[in-house]
Write a protein that binds this ligand. Structure first.
Ligand SMILES: CC(C)(COP(=O)(O)OP(=O)(O)OC[C@H]1O[C@@H](n2cnc3c(N)ncnc32)[C@H](O)[C@@H]1OP(=O)(O)O)[C@@H](O)C(=O)NCCC(=O)NCCS
Length: 175
């Protein structure tokens, strides 16, 4: 008898809830490439206003997110939050356009999870917002994902991360 076992991964997606906040901080750590900023763990993001603004007080009115995994373990998340000009994020475009944050755990990259999360989030967001914006480094392969989903590059209007930054602002309009 063949003793080999087939492993079938079942992808489960659901809306992000208030109790998912600790996982979202872990995903913000990944999305912001915080280890390159010298931050050692997600909790340290809370003391960095330009990053904590994407998550502090999660599940405010207007917050919208999706988490996904194999049903037992969460492996990735995508969410949007409205950040007005006074509190602009890196990808700010306009007060009525929420900004995207997305990441998977390192082991799940390139598996299609990011595409699945973003597809679901865009479908949910299209019923509530005129569009979604984001900021991405020019060298980040995530750009392919955003372009494939219909995001286009627009002029930068948000936070400048560092002198000589190669970050790009991208926008997907639903209307
Ligand atoms: C960006 C991210 C959420 C995409 O999720 P994913 O499950 O890796 O994506 P998919 O497998 O659905 O592939 C989608 C695209 O991601 C890109 N991708 C693949 N492996 C990747 C990796 N290790 N890191 C970043 N992007 C990757 C590919 O270019 C692919 O685009 P293409 O298929 O059109 O060529 C995930 O790779 C990630 O968490 N990256 C690190 C955090 C990050 O950079 N977040 C975005 C900040 S703007």
């Amino acid at each position: 008898m063949d003793s080999r076992k087939a492993v079938i991964m079942v992808l489960v997606l659901r809306g992000a809830e208030p109790h998912d906040e600790p996982f979202l901080w872990a995903m913000l750590y990944e999305a912001s490439h915080a280890s390159k900023r010298g931050l050692l763990e997600p909790d340290q993001l809370r003391a960095v206003p330009e990053l904590s603004r994407y998550l502090e007080g999660w599940a405010e009115a207007g917050d919208l997110g999706v988490v996904g995994g194999d049903g037992e373990e969460l492996r990735g998340a995508a969410w949007v939050r409205l950040l007005d000009k006074a509190n602009a994020g890196y990808g700010y475009v306009a007060d009525d356009i929420p900004e995207l944050a997305i990441a998977t755990i390192p082991a799940a990259r390139g598996t299609g999870l990011g595409t699945a999360l973003l597809t679901r989030l865009l479908a949910d967001a299209a019923t509530r917002y005129p569009g979604i914006c984001l900021s991405v480094d020019a060298g980040n392969p995530a750009r392919h994902l955003y372009e494939r989903m219909g995001f286009i590059e627009v002029a930068r209007a948000g936070l400048i991360d560092a002198p000589g930054s190669t970050s790009k602002t991208m926008l997907l309009r639903f209307t």
